[in-house]
Design a protein around this ligand. Structure first.
Ligand code: PLP
Length: 407
């Protein structure tokens, strides 16, 4: 018998699996024993998760006689939840129809499905720069070649995109955007740019992956029509939505809204991924929506997250006013800090910050090309104003240590 072992060869696509600094920070932080103010994860505030309502609803829909609620669900989503989502959207700019709706395992599965359907190895895919790490990572997991489009205070700089694409020598297969309160920058794409982006996508035959987990969480400024609304149901727009930021990420319940021609492919693709979205989670969300709790809940979130953003900005003025600038989000969870000193290394700041008791995500995590070495993302949503003041003060101590190291 031959005693040598040949190592199984990995698929070529394994090279494209880049992982997520954001997700890895969850386990890194869980291992720390000292007090840390956590600005790293994009999680709702613990106090904002409607646990009391969930346990009341759960006592009914997941009670002793509910074995069926732990069964497999229909791939396109449990009928009760589908009906509630349609009802929730009716009368809004996002109103949709059953043929367009697929319930997913969170927003991430929506992004994955979009890439699975549209991105072949080598295809050009536009992403914002900076962008949501897991979004660009999904593109790359399908072998997509990422083109980073800069972002300013009005979102993706769409005016420059045609030139960028011309230089790339081919048109994009897909354009991945987070139009509202973008992760990580917190900026919102202007109406003009939304319209321009749609025009470019139509001309190029690109699909826009319209990822909007934070849209309901606007706490200031004027409501803008979504790309879904502006696209009026055309196949150019593939919309990804989730309950993770408004209810709770652990539910893993979201949906996609896409042209009905894709319905059977979405089902085929989802069946090859996870068969169905977890039914207990769907039943909890259904019960929450059916109970009419959403509007009041979201109104409370908007007020509280606004208060928290203002508190974070005040702390930044106090501790970073002389050394950094930051964005002013109209909603959502995040703001983006850029250090004036280009030599100030956000990755080193992360290490020193962790020792000082504060965590955030360094800028390069949000750029496949590793840009934004002197920038970082702060989540203001999950921390009380009092803790935010402590965390930003610690961050300044860490910053001074880092600057002393390079001087
Ligand atoms: C822009 C964006 N898209 C998608 C997701 C993923 O959502 P979910 O947790 O529902 O998979 C997130 C979560 O951070 C996000 O910020």
């Amino acid at each position: 018998m031959n005693s040598t072992t040949t190592t199984p060869r990995l698929a070529a696509r394994a090279d494209g699996l880049v992982g997520s600094v954001i997700d890895s920070s969850t386990s890194l932080l869980q291992k720390q024993k000292h007090d840390i103010v956590r600005f790293a994860m994009g999680s709702p505030a613990a106090e904002a998760v409607p646990t009391k309502l969930f346990s009341e609803i759960g006592a009914v829909v997941l009670g002793p006689d509910s074995a069926h609620a732990f069964d497999y669900a229909a791939t396109e989503g449990d009928p009760g939840l589908r009906a509630q989502v349609l009802q929730m959207l009716s009368g809004t700019g996002e109103a949709t129809t059953p043929e367009r709706l697929t319930i997913t395992s969170g927003g991430m599965q929506g992004i994955d499905l979009a890439c699975k359907l549209y991105v072949d190895p080598g295809d050009l895919v536009v992403v914002e720069s900076p962008t949501y790490t897991n979004g660009s990572a999904t593109v790359m997991s399908y072998g997509g070649a990422v083109l980073e489009a800069p972002v300013d205070a009005d979102g993706m700089v769409v005016e420059a995109l045609a030139d960028q694409v011309e230089r790339a020598g081919r048109t994009p297969k897909a354009i991945y955007t987070i139009p509202n309160f973008q992760n990580p920058s917190g900026v919102t794409m202007s109406l003009t740019r939304r319209q321009q982006l749609l025009e470019l996508a139509r001309r190029w035959g690109s699909v826009i992956i319209d990822d909007d987990p934070y849209g309901l969480l606007r706490f200031q400024g004027e409501e803008l029509p979504s790309l879904r609304e502006l696209g009026q149901g055309e196949s150019t727009v593939f919309s990804v939505r989730t309950f993770s930021k408004v209810l709770a990420p652990g539910l893993r319940v979201g949906w996609v809204d896409a042209t009905p021609e894709l319905a059977h492919l979405l089902i085929n693709a989802k069946q090859a991924m996870d068969t169905c979205t977890n039914l207990p989670g769907q039943r909890l969300v259904e019960g929450f929506l059916a109970g009419g709790h959403l509007l009041e809940h979201v109104a409370g979130l908007r007020t509280e997250y606004h208060r928290r953003k203002v508190a974070m900005q005040a702390a930044l003025v106090e501790h970073f006013g002389d050394v950094a600038t930051w964005t002013d989000p109209d909603g959502g969870f995040f703001l983006w800090v850029t250090l004036n000193d280009e030599a100030a290394d956000a990755q080193r700041l992360f290490e020193v910050g962790l020792a000082e008791g504060v965590a955030f995500i360094p800028g390069p995590a949000f750029s496949p090309g590793g840009s934004f070495g002197n920038a970082f993302r702060l989540c203001f949503a999950s921390t009380t104003p009092e803790r935010t003041a402590v965390g930003v003060a610690r961050l300044r101590t860490a910053y001074d240590r880092v600057i002393n190291e390079i001087r």
